[in-house]
Write a protein that binds this ligand. Structure first.
Ligand SMILES: [Zn+2]
Length: 178
């Protein structure tokens, strides 16, 4: 995804699914955190002390949040609370995709019933109905799921994630001040 220079001043919906995260590095980290949540990558490692992106041993600045490693410090594991924010995004999006796909199947089912009961001539043939049920079900599930509901889920999920991250940042800053 292209980086947005000044997301706050965006005049119209931009970014993925019309939502621009106020935390571009969080957006960039989602995929990495998804891998971490799926345990596709080692749990332990060297992570930026500000955003918890995985960094190379020789890195002087974080490739995600651009903080200097010398000031941000490093941790050897992503905090559970941070992972949870990314998980919320993942799950919210998945829930919407499933809900949309399910709605698509329901629509195909009604089309099937309609054709079988009221379809004139050849359209009323059960074979046509089944073709609509199977083929239409697939197409409508794809359309309503990933394409339509997925957009809504993405926006809602990304917003929730960003709110959780904002809350986490505020809490962490308070802990440092104390
Ligand atoms: Zn960072």
């Amino acid at each position: 995804m292209a980086e947005q220079a000044s997301p706050a001043k965006a005049p119209e919906p931009q970014g993925e699914a019309g939502y621009i995260s106020p935390y571009p590095y969080v957006e960039r980290l989602q995929e990495k955190m998804d891998e971490r949540l799926a345990k596709k990558v080692p749990v332990k490692g060297r992570f930026c002390g500000f955003c918890y992106g995985r960094i190379r041993a020789e890195a002087e600045t974080c490739p995600y949040c651009a903080h200097a490693i010398a000031s941000a410090g490093t941790v050897d594991e992503v905090p559970q609370e941070v992972l949870r924010a990314y998980l919320v995004k993942q799950k919210t999006e998945a829930r919407w995709v499933h809900l949309g796909a399910f709605s698509g199947l329901i629509v195909a089912m009604f089309l099937f019933l309609y054709l079988v009961v009221w379809g004139p001539g050849l359209l009323g043939h059960p074979a046509v109905g089944f073709a609509v049920l199977i083929g239409g079900g697939y197409v409508l599930a794809q359309l309503f799921g990933p394409l339509l509901a997925g957009q809504v889920g993405y926006r809602k999920g990304a917003r929730k994630r960003d709110e959780l991250w904002a809350a986490y940042l505020a809490k962490r800053d308070r802990a440092i001040d104390d």
